[in-house]
Design a protein around this ligand. Sequence first.
Ligand SMILES: [Zn+2]
Ligand SMILES: [Zn+2]
Length: 369
Amino acid sequence: MAEINRAALFFEPGKPFRIAEFPIPEPAPGGLTLRITRSNICGSELHQWRGDGRLAQAITPNGRILGHEATGRVHALGEGVTTDWNGAPLQIGDRIAYQYFQPCGRCRNCTRGMSEACMESFKIRSGELDVWPYTRGSFADYLYLHRGQAIFKVPENVTDTMVVGANCALAQVIMGLERVNVEMGDRVVIQGCGGLGVYACAIAKERGAETVIAIDGIDDRLALAAQMGADHVIDFRDVTDSKQRVQAVKDLTGGLGADVVVELVGSVAVINEGLRMLAWGGRYLEIGVFFTGTSFDCDPGRLVSLNQRIEAVGSYDAASLQRAIEFLGRNADRLPLDDVVVDYPLEAIDQAFADQNSGLVKRASLVMT
Ligand SMILES: [Zn+2]
Ligand SMILES: [Zn+2]
């Protein structure tokens, strides 16, 4: 077990990370201290690293600690914490998945059952590095979890490698496909087969989709998408023209188009194409572009006349994380859930970002030892 609390500091796009040491946060009543075992690089962090959109101006001279898609073991329990959010007894050393933000539970949106739209959720992510709880991101050895952050024990048959993507990518996809109500018989297109994309193939099938079509341009992403449940893949290196890709989706859906298209590339450049893939009454789900300051072409008259809608999801409720853990437990022996990530030591964080950025790896996973 690490006795120091190392963390990777991010300063600005284009600058390397720096590893620094911090105190291990003591747990306050109602919270707990987690020893991080692994932490993935999420697409949203790739946007920060590249400086996409307005993120190009996001400069922190003293550095800040990124990282949120992670898993770990209970290091210390705060007063009064005896169970997870399923009521299962919780002990030091237990492996857990956690909600990486903290809905307040008492604002207007939380009260109306929309905790994913709580405006207080991300306050715990900001604060001075020399003030408790110090390390507020998971690119660190230890992380403090506050009262109000949902926590779930990880079933024994689910490895750390499987569960590490649960608290962002997987829960996010589960919330998103719920939001656009993917249901039995739906034809679904997944744009982009990184971590979220391959999960989306599996969850769409789990919800009863008749046909799942995955689009990407990297061999092992397409292969994993197929193993996770995609019935068809479109390789954009072969089908290079946008019109041809739209036609390919029509051809695979009886000429009608898709009931649901999900954007998981993280690029505004694919949105218009995705909208044109929709059938009458279709739903477009935007998740990938997790930064502001861009725009895309949209024909509102087409949306109106074809009775289509656009939805967006940027976080998730506690039930989605609960479902994510249950999904992993149910499918651990059936799906290649261990194959989503590629490992790097924390010290290799710059390389990990570079490799994920270039598409060399689906999702880089920093392993804390
Ligand atoms: Zn994320
Ligand atoms: Zn709230």
